[in-house]
Design a protein around this ligand. Structure first.
Ligand code: ATP
Ligand code: PRP
Length: 225
Protein backbone atom coordinates (compact mmCIF):
# COMPACT_ATOMS: atom_id res chain seq x y z
CA UNK A 1 0.00 0.00 0.00
CA UNK A 2 1.29 3.52 -0.86
CA UNK A 3 1.53 5.61 2.32
CA UNK A 4 2.14 9.20 1.23
CA UNK A 5 -0.02 10.43 -1.63
CA UNK A 6 1.95 12.69 -3.98
CA UNK A 7 -0.25 15.38 -5.54
CA UNK A 8 1.24 17.08 -8.65
CA UNK A 9 0.16 20.59 -9.57
CA UNK A 10 1.32 22.84 -12.43
CA UNK A 11 3.39 25.96 -11.85
CA UNK A 12 1.68 28.09 -14.48
CA UNK A 13 -1.62 29.87 -14.78
CA UNK A 14 -3.85 26.99 -13.57
CA UNK A 15 -2.26 27.21 -10.12
CA UNK A 16 -4.19 30.30 -8.98
CA UNK A 17 -7.52 28.65 -9.74
CA UNK A 18 -6.45 25.22 -8.50
CA UNK A 19 -5.32 26.29 -5.03
CA UNK A 20 -8.75 27.42 -3.75
CA UNK A 21 -10.24 24.16 -5.07
CA UNK A 22 -7.58 22.12 -3.28
CA UNK A 23 -8.21 24.06 -0.07
CA UNK A 24 -11.94 23.43 -0.41
CA UNK A 25 -11.12 19.73 -0.82
CA UNK A 26 -9.21 19.90 2.49
CA UNK A 27 -5.64 20.04 1.09
CA UNK A 28 -3.71 23.03 2.48
CA UNK A 29 -0.07 23.44 1.39
CA UNK A 30 2.45 24.21 4.16
CA UNK A 31 3.65 27.82 4.48
CA UNK A 32 6.92 27.31 2.50
CA UNK A 33 4.84 26.59 -0.63
CA UNK A 34 3.98 30.31 -0.68
CA UNK A 35 7.54 31.50 -0.04
CA UNK A 36 8.87 32.82 -3.38
CA UNK A 37 12.47 32.61 -2.14
CA UNK A 38 12.21 28.89 -1.51
CA UNK A 39 13.82 26.53 -4.08
CA UNK A 40 11.97 23.51 -2.66
CA UNK A 41 9.92 21.48 -5.17
CA UNK A 42 8.07 19.17 -2.78
CA UNK A 43 5.89 20.48 0.03
CA UNK A 44 4.10 19.11 3.05
CA UNK A 45 0.39 19.77 3.56
CA UNK A 46 -2.00 19.87 6.53
CA UNK A 47 -2.41 16.10 5.97
CA UNK A 48 0.77 14.20 6.99
CA UNK A 49 -0.06 11.59 4.34
CA UNK A 50 -0.31 14.05 1.43
CA UNK A 51 2.63 15.93 -0.19
CA UNK A 52 2.51 18.36 -3.10
CA UNK A 53 4.98 18.66 -5.99
CA UNK A 54 4.96 21.77 -8.19
CA UNK A 55 6.15 21.05 -11.74
CA UNK A 56 5.66 22.25 -15.34
CA UNK A 57 2.22 21.54 -16.81
CA UNK A 58 3.39 18.81 -19.23
CA UNK A 59 5.42 17.17 -16.46
CA UNK A 60 2.34 16.81 -14.20
CA UNK A 61 0.98 14.25 -16.69
CA UNK A 62 4.35 12.47 -16.95
CA UNK A 63 4.85 12.19 -13.18
CA UNK A 64 1.31 10.85 -12.68
CA UNK A 65 1.36 8.49 -15.71
CA UNK A 66 4.54 6.83 -14.42
CA UNK A 67 3.23 6.56 -10.86
CA UNK A 68 5.91 8.91 -9.42
CA UNK A 69 2.97 11.10 -8.37
CA UNK A 70 -0.42 9.56 -7.68
CA UNK A 71 -2.87 12.35 -8.46
CA UNK A 72 -2.65 15.75 -10.14
CA UNK A 73 -4.29 18.68 -11.86
CA UNK A 74 -3.58 19.42 -15.53
CA UNK A 75 -5.20 20.88 -18.64
CA UNK A 76 -7.06 18.53 -21.00
CA UNK A 77 -4.75 19.86 -23.76
CA UNK A 78 -1.83 18.09 -22.06
CA UNK A 79 -3.84 14.87 -21.46
CA UNK A 80 -4.87 14.77 -25.13
CA UNK A 81 -1.35 15.45 -26.37
CA UNK A 82 0.22 12.56 -24.42
CA UNK A 83 -2.70 10.10 -24.53
CA UNK A 84 -1.12 8.04 -21.67
CA UNK A 85 -3.09 4.83 -21.05
CA UNK A 86 -2.09 4.85 -17.34
CA UNK A 87 -3.93 8.14 -16.73
CA UNK A 88 -7.50 8.25 -15.53
CA UNK A 89 -9.14 11.72 -15.71
CA UNK A 90 -12.32 11.35 -13.66
CA UNK A 91 -13.23 15.00 -12.91
CA UNK A 92 -13.54 18.09 -15.11
CA UNK A 93 -12.67 20.86 -12.63
CA UNK A 94 -14.19 23.62 -14.77
CA UNK A 95 -11.11 25.86 -14.43
CA UNK A 96 -8.38 26.85 -16.93
CA UNK A 97 -10.93 27.11 -19.71
CA UNK A 98 -9.67 27.87 -23.21
CA UNK A 99 -9.56 26.16 -26.61
CA UNK A 100 -6.89 24.74 -28.85
CA UNK A 101 -7.02 26.20 -32.32
CA UNK A 102 -5.35 26.58 -35.69
CA UNK A 103 -4.43 30.17 -36.58
CA UNK A 104 -2.97 31.76 -39.70
CA UNK A 105 -1.85 35.28 -40.63
CA UNK A 106 -4.79 37.60 -41.33
CA UNK A 107 -5.51 37.59 -45.07
CA UNK A 108 -4.15 34.08 -45.75
CA UNK A 109 -7.15 32.12 -44.45
CA UNK A 110 -8.45 31.37 -47.97
CA UNK A 111 -5.11 30.15 -49.33
CA UNK A 112 -5.32 26.54 -50.55
CA UNK A 113 -2.71 24.02 -49.34
CA UNK A 114 -0.98 21.48 -51.62
CA UNK A 115 -1.57 18.69 -49.08
CA UNK A 116 1.52 19.51 -46.98
CA UNK A 117 1.61 22.11 -44.21
CA UNK A 118 4.16 23.44 -41.77
CA UNK A 119 2.74 24.10 -38.32
CA UNK A 120 4.49 25.56 -35.26
CA UNK A 121 3.08 24.13 -32.03
CA UNK A 122 3.65 22.87 -28.53
CA UNK A 123 1.23 20.03 -29.42
CA UNK A 124 2.72 17.98 -32.31
CA UNK A 125 0.70 14.80 -31.65
CA UNK A 126 -2.65 16.62 -31.45
CA UNK A 127 -1.74 18.67 -34.51
CA UNK A 128 -0.75 15.65 -36.64
CA UNK A 129 -3.95 13.82 -35.61
CA UNK A 130 -6.08 16.84 -36.50
CA UNK A 131 -4.59 17.34 -39.97
CA UNK A 132 -4.44 13.57 -40.69
CA UNK A 133 -8.19 13.40 -40.08
CA UNK A 134 -8.51 15.90 -42.93
CA UNK A 135 -6.13 13.95 -45.19
CA UNK A 136 -3.40 16.57 -44.85
CA UNK A 137 0.19 15.84 -43.83
CA UNK A 138 1.42 18.34 -41.23
CA UNK A 139 5.11 18.94 -40.61
CA UNK A 140 5.26 20.12 -37.00
CA UNK A 141 7.89 22.46 -35.62
CA UNK A 142 7.92 22.08 -31.85
CA UNK A 143 8.05 25.33 -29.88
CA UNK A 144 7.57 25.74 -26.14
CA UNK A 145 5.98 29.20 -26.13
CA UNK A 146 5.41 32.34 -28.18
CA UNK A 147 4.05 30.24 -31.08
CA UNK A 148 2.45 33.39 -32.51
CA UNK A 149 5.88 34.59 -33.67
CA UNK A 150 6.37 31.65 -36.08
CA UNK A 151 4.19 32.86 -39.01
CA UNK A 152 5.37 36.43 -38.47
CA UNK A 153 8.99 35.37 -38.98
CA UNK A 154 8.42 32.77 -41.72
CA UNK A 155 9.03 29.71 -39.55
CA UNK A 156 5.64 28.21 -40.44
CA UNK A 157 2.47 29.10 -42.31
CA UNK A 158 0.23 28.40 -39.33
CA UNK A 159 0.20 27.58 -35.62
CA UNK A 160 -1.78 25.34 -33.29
CA UNK A 161 -2.02 26.97 -29.87
CA UNK A 162 -4.28 27.77 -26.94
CA UNK A 163 -6.72 30.65 -27.32
CA UNK A 164 -8.73 32.23 -24.55
CA UNK A 165 -9.66 35.87 -25.14
CA UNK A 166 -8.07 35.89 -28.62
CA UNK A 167 -5.98 38.91 -27.67
CA UNK A 168 -2.59 37.29 -28.33
CA UNK A 169 -3.66 36.22 -31.83
CA UNK A 170 -5.08 39.66 -32.62
CA UNK A 171 -2.01 41.55 -31.40
CA UNK A 172 0.19 39.37 -33.61
CA UNK A 173 -1.90 39.66 -36.79
CA UNK A 174 -3.34 36.12 -36.70
CA UNK A 175 -6.87 34.75 -37.09
CA UNK A 176 -8.38 31.51 -35.83
CA UNK A 177 -9.45 29.12 -38.62
CA UNK A 178 -10.34 25.89 -36.81
CA UNK A 179 -10.96 24.70 -33.23
CA UNK A 180 -9.40 21.32 -32.38
CA UNK A 181 -10.92 21.02 -28.90
CA UNK A 182 -12.31 22.90 -25.90
CA UNK A 183 -9.89 22.76 -22.96
CA UNK A 184 -10.36 22.75 -19.17
CA UNK A 185 -8.32 21.48 -16.25
CA UNK A 186 -8.90 17.90 -15.07
CA UNK A 187 -8.12 15.92 -11.98
CA UNK A 188 -5.87 13.05 -13.10
CA UNK A 189 -5.07 9.84 -11.26
CA UNK A 190 -2.60 7.03 -11.89
CA UNK A 191 -4.78 3.95 -12.49
CA UNK A 192 -2.63 1.59 -10.37
CA UNK A 193 -2.32 4.09 -7.49
CA UNK A 194 -6.09 4.50 -7.45
CA UNK A 195 -6.41 0.89 -6.34
CA UNK A 196 -3.37 0.85 -4.01
CA UNK A 197 -4.08 3.62 -1.54
CA UNK A 198 -6.70 1.99 0.63
CA UNK A 199 -9.52 4.05 -0.86
CA UNK A 200 -7.84 7.36 0.09
CA UNK A 201 -7.42 8.51 -3.53
CA UNK A 202 -10.96 7.44 -4.40
CA UNK A 203 -12.19 9.51 -1.46
CA UNK A 204 -10.12 12.51 -2.60
CA UNK A 205 -11.51 12.17 -6.15
CA UNK A 206 -15.03 12.14 -4.72
CA UNK A 207 -14.38 15.41 -2.83
CA UNK A 208 -13.21 17.11 -6.05
CA UNK A 209 -16.16 15.64 -7.95
CA UNK A 210 -18.60 17.15 -5.42
CA UNK A 211 -16.84 20.55 -5.61
CA UNK A 212 -16.86 20.54 -9.44
CA UNK A 213 -20.56 19.63 -9.45
CA UNK A 214 -21.35 22.39 -6.97
CA UNK A 215 -19.45 25.03 -8.98
CA UNK A 216 -20.98 23.97 -12.32
CA UNK A 217 -24.45 24.22 -10.73
CA UNK A 218 -23.46 27.67 -9.41
CA UNK A 219 -22.35 28.71 -12.91
CA UNK A 220 -25.58 27.36 -14.43
CA UNK A 221 -27.79 29.25 -11.97
CA UNK A 222 -25.70 32.37 -12.58
CA UNK A 223 -26.35 32.07 -16.33
CA UNK A 224 -30.05 31.37 -15.73
CA UNK A 225 -30.33 34.49 -13.54
N1 ATP B 1 -4.87 31.63 -22.16
C1 ATP B 1 -5.25 30.64 -21.39
N2 ATP B 1 -6.43 30.67 -20.79
C2 ATP B 1 -6.82 29.68 -19.98
N3 ATP B 1 -6.08 28.55 -19.72
C3 ATP B 1 -4.90 28.49 -20.29
C4 ATP B 1 -4.42 29.52 -21.14
N4 ATP B 1 -3.19 29.20 -21.54
C5 ATP B 1 -2.94 28.00 -20.96
N5 ATP B 1 -3.96 27.56 -20.23
C6 ATP B 1 -4.04 26.29 -19.46
O1 ATP B 1 -3.00 26.35 -18.50
C7 ATP B 1 -2.07 25.28 -18.72
C8 ATP B 1 -0.68 25.78 -18.40
O2 ATP B 1 -0.44 26.86 -19.24
P1 ATP B 1 0.71 27.88 -18.93
O3 ATP B 1 0.68 28.86 -20.04
O4 ATP B 1 0.65 28.34 -17.54
O5 ATP B 1 1.91 26.94 -19.03
P2 ATP B 1 3.24 27.25 -19.71
O6 ATP B 1 3.81 28.48 -19.12
O7 ATP B 1 3.03 27.24 -21.19
O8 ATP B 1 3.93 25.94 -19.24
P3 ATP B 1 5.40 25.63 -19.06
O9 ATP B 1 6.12 26.92 -18.76
O10 ATP B 1 5.32 24.70 -17.91
O11 ATP B 1 5.80 24.97 -20.34
C9 ATP B 1 -2.27 24.85 -20.17
O12 ATP B 1 -1.89 23.51 -20.36
C10 ATP B 1 -3.76 25.08 -20.35
O13 ATP B 1 -4.49 23.95 -19.92
O1 PRP C 1 -6.23 34.21 -26.17
P1 PRP C 1 -5.41 34.81 -25.04
O2 PRP C 1 -6.24 35.20 -23.87
O3 PRP C 1 -4.52 35.91 -25.51
O4 PRP C 1 -4.48 33.62 -24.46
C1 PRP C 1 -3.69 32.85 -25.32
C2 PRP C 1 -2.26 32.82 -24.90
O5 PRP C 1 -2.15 32.19 -23.60
C3 PRP C 1 -1.15 31.17 -23.66
O6 PRP C 1 0.13 31.69 -23.53
P2 PRP C 1 0.82 32.06 -22.15
O7 PRP C 1 0.39 33.41 -21.73
O8 PRP C 1 0.59 30.98 -21.15
O9 PRP C 1 2.35 32.11 -22.57
P3 PRP C 1 3.27 31.08 -23.37
O10 PRP C 1 3.26 31.55 -24.80
O11 PRP C 1 4.59 31.25 -22.71
O12 PRP C 1 2.73 29.69 -23.20
C4 PRP C 1 -1.26 30.67 -25.10
O13 PRP C 1 -0.09 29.95 -25.48
C5 PRP C 1 -1.48 31.94 -25.89
O14 PRP C 1 -0.28 32.56 -26.27
Amino acid sequence: MTDTIIFAIPKGRILDEALPLMQAAGIEPAADFFNDDSRALMFATNDPLVSIIRVRAFDVATFVAHGAAHIGIVGSDVIDEFDYSELYAPVDLGIGKCRISVAVPEGTQDRKSDGHLRVATKYPALTRRHFESKGVQAECIKLNGAMELAPLLGLSGRIVDLVSTGRTLKENGLVETDILAQVSARLIVNRAAYKMTDGRIAEMVERFRQLAMKSSKGAASHVAA
